[in-house]
Design a protein around this ligand. Structure first.
Ligand SMILES: [Zn+2]
Length: 301
């Protein structure tokens, strides 16, 4: 799985379950199959049942044992195809489209998308340095309704110019909340932070030397030389096209997962092995139960 993936190669290499199982085996144990119970390398293959038998402890297991792919009624090649589609679509793929393309029920497609999405997560995101743009936006909620303001979720976007993106759902857009988010995602050695003239930023950035904070007045101009927040705004417009056009209606509970998916794909846009890396993450992922995904959350913040 070393070369860049395209749809033809995907079908050729992972078009049926045997091929997918062999790929999982190879990715999981690149140096040869090991027993998950005792780590022994003395393994017999029971080809007829797609199983392995450990010669040391007699434990019998399959290539998918203990992974997210185990105990799923969904054929492996559908997992691979859905993963490929989610890696390749800039704005994300609606579960409805996965349902149609993979000929599953909507519930299966929705659950599948959520499990792949949960794997599309940066494991140890680094703090951003250099020139960093920060802006806030609001997503969700219907404009016509009087309660709309309460329903709209605040998303803080942080992007290093020519670098990585972070999208974080915030409980509100106050300086205290934004300060915490900045502290978690921006390095102390940041060269300069660009924001608009919103009053929250001077309060959120009290620890930053004044000369390191540059602002642009959006009522007058979009950019003043190098001072602008255009790169974070283009990320917001991608997010909104994703939410409006692709995900249709994102509940507040699932918004952080969608934001993570968006950032993961964006930050890996130049990674030719994104598909392989995502399959690797799926192999290492714990399963995400349907009932946990649909459970109501008390605290929407
Ligand atoms: Zn063993």
């Amino acid at each position: 799985m070393k070369e860049q993936m395209d749809l033809c190669k995907l079908i050729e290499k992972y078009g049926d379950d045997n091929k997918c199982r062999a790929a999982i085996e190879h990715l999981r144990w690149p140096d040869g199959v090991r027993c998950p119970a005792c780590q022994s390398e003395k393994i017999s293959r029971i080809a007829a049942r797609n199983q392995f038998d450990c010669d040391s402890c007699r434990y019998q297991f399959s290539a998918t044992a203990g992974t997210i792919f185990h105990d799923t009624h969904l054929p492996l090649h559908k997992w691979f195809l859905a993963t490929y589609l989610m890696c390749e679509s800039k704005k994300g793929v609606p579960a409805l489209q996965i349902q149609r393309m993979l000929k599953t029920t909507y519930r299966t497609a929705w659950h599948l998308c959520h499990r792949i999405r949960a794997a599309m997560l940066e494991t140890a995101p680094e703090k951003l340095n250099g020139t960093v743009e920060i802006d806030e936006t609001y997503v969700g909620g219907k404009k016509r309704r009087w309660r709309a303001r309460c329903e709209r979720a605040v998303v803080i976007g942080i992007r290093k110019r020519n670098g990585e993106l972070r999208l974080v759902r915030a409980k509100d857009a106050t300086a205290a909340t934004v300060r915490e988010i900045i502290a978690a995602h921006v390095g102390e050695d940041v060269e300069v932070i660009m924001t608009d003239e919103s009053a929250i930023y001077p309060w959120a950035l009290t620890k930053l030397p004044k000369e390191k904070h540059k602002t642009i007045n959006h009522t007058r101009e979009y950019a003043h030389g190098d001072i602008h927040t255009n790169t974070i705004e283009s990320a917001f417009s991608l997010l909104k096209r994703g939410i409006v056009g692709t995900w249709h209606k994102v509940s507040s509970k699932h918004l952080p997962a969608y934001l993570d998916e968006m950032c993961f794909r964006f930050n890996n846009r130049k990674n030719p092995y994104l598909f392989r890396d995502t399959i690797l993450k799926l192999i290492a992922s714990p399963n995400l139960e349907y009932k946990n995904l649909t459970a109501k959350v008390q605290d929407a913040a």
